[in-house]
Structure formats: C-alpha cells, structure tokens
Design a protein around this ligand. Structure first.
Ligand code: ADE
Ligand code: MG
Length: 234
C-alpha cells in the first residue's frame, strides 16, 4: 500500500513488508568511504547484492504495472544505476527497455534534454539523450532509477518522453531524498506541464539510520587498494 507524502509523490506505507526489507538492506557511506562528496552516499550495490530484496522489488513493480488499466509500453532506465532495475521489470512485462544516457554514450540520432545539475556536481551541467524513435508517439512510459535526489535526471526523462510524443505514467526509484526537492523541480518545471505525473520512491532516505552505515569503523588505511598490494595481503 502507498502513502502520498506530497501531491503526486508516493512512498510505500510504513506497514509495507517490502519497505521494511529495503530499509534493512540499504547501506550508505560517509564521504570518507564514498566516491562522491555527499553526506550519505546510498549504495545500490547493497540492494543488488541482496537477491531476495531485488526479487521483492521486481515482483512488486511488475504486479503494479501489469495491473494498470493501461500498462506501460516502455521502461526508460537512467544511466547507470537505472539499468539494474529496468530490465528485470521490462522482460517480465514484455516491453522494451530504453537506455537514457549522455550523448557521448548513445548511438544513432538522438533527442537531447535540457542540461541539469546533480546533488554531487560534476564539472558542468549535463544533458541526457535517447535514440530518436526508441519511444514512439502515444507510448506510455515508466521512468526508472535507483535514487531520486535533486531530480535533474528525472526531469530530463520527462522531457525526452514528452518530446517523443509519449506520456510518462510514473517515475519510480528505490530511494527518495525528499529534502532535495526533486519532485518539486519536475512538478514546477515549465508552468507545471509535468505536475500531474506521479513520482514513487519506494522508501525515503530519512528512514536510514546509523545501523545502515557501511563505513568500516576505525579504518585508517587507504580507501583504494591496488592489485599487487591486495595480492600480497591475501
Ligand atoms: N545520487 C544523488 N545523490 C545520491 C546519494 N546521496 N546517494 C547515491 N546516489 C545519489
Ligand atoms: Mg543516477
């Protein structure tokens, strides 16, 4: 069962068993042990390494989308971590999985979003692309990523679906960071043209506690250990 935490913004309700399983499995890392300078880096690997939680997420989302009066015709996954979730849903639904990537990674003739900024800033704002024709007019699309943070990527996805003449049914992520206002960014964009599109974060980052911290306590060594060094220490 779902809970509406803001207009057209949903999470799993507190009594949901799946919510509890995700909450228990997720690990976050502090900047000392993380590739990005964010307070708590949420590791999707802690979910993929738990095949049972992965299966729970798959089964839940497949049932959710299969049972719609008008089920999705496409799943659009966001590079790179959206690629972990999208295909396992699309193959069960029997619909294409489309890759949203930067222009330098996608072949063919591309449609490009407006540039956006992220929670952890890369040098400059980035834009996303899909191959023209990969989502036909009138298609119904579900957007998939691991984390919904500032929502820049999500907005790119909405733009690319709209510019394909298609409709976004829903954006879904495993983890939402509500405080970063990603949903507001998309819902307020362009005179509210996307304000009716539902966002669904299975759990919110605020449910993670110190018990979810993946940091190795008391570790003072280098974070990255080279091949030869690791070999010598087996
Ligand atoms: N993407 C944006 N912010 C993130 C975070 N805190 N953890 C993991 N992925 C993210
Ligand atoms: Mg991402």
């Amino acid at each position: 069962s779902l809970e509406e935490v803001a207009p057209n913004f949903f999470t799993l309700s507190p009594d949901s068993p799946l919510r509890e399983r995700i909450q228990r499995a997720y690990r976050w890392y502090s900047p000392r042990f993380s590739p990005c300078d964010v307070p708590r880096f949420a590791d999707v690997g802690s979910i993929t390494e738990d095949w049972s939680v992965m299966r729970g997420i798959r089964d839940f989302l497949v049932a959710r989308y299969r049972n719609l009066p008008e089920p999705p015709t496409h799943i659009l996954g966001f590079d790179a971590r959206g690629f972990l979730l999208g295909p396992m849903i699309s193959v069960e639904l029997g619909v294409p999985f489309v890759l949203m990537r930067k222009a330098g990674k996608n072949p063919g003739i591309l449609i490009e979003s407006e540039p956006y900024e992220k929670e952890y800033k890369e040098k400059k704002a980035e834009a996303m692309t899909i191959r023209r024709g990969s989502i036909g007019k009138g298609s119904r699309v579900v957007l998939v990523d691991d984390v919904l943070a500032t929502g820049g990527t999500a907005l790119s996805g909405l733009q690319l679906v709209e510019a394909s003449g298609a409709t976004t049914i829903e954006f879904v992520a495993i983890l939402g960071i509500k405080s970063l206002k990603g949903v507001q960014l998309s819902h307020s964009y362009g005179n509210g043209r996307f304000s009716k599109i539902p966002f669904f974060a299975l759990v919110d980052e605020s449910v993670l506690t110190e018990a979810n911290c993946g940091d190795t306590a008391g570790y003072n060594g280098a974070r990255i250990i080279g091949y030869r060094e690791a070999l010598s220490r087996i």
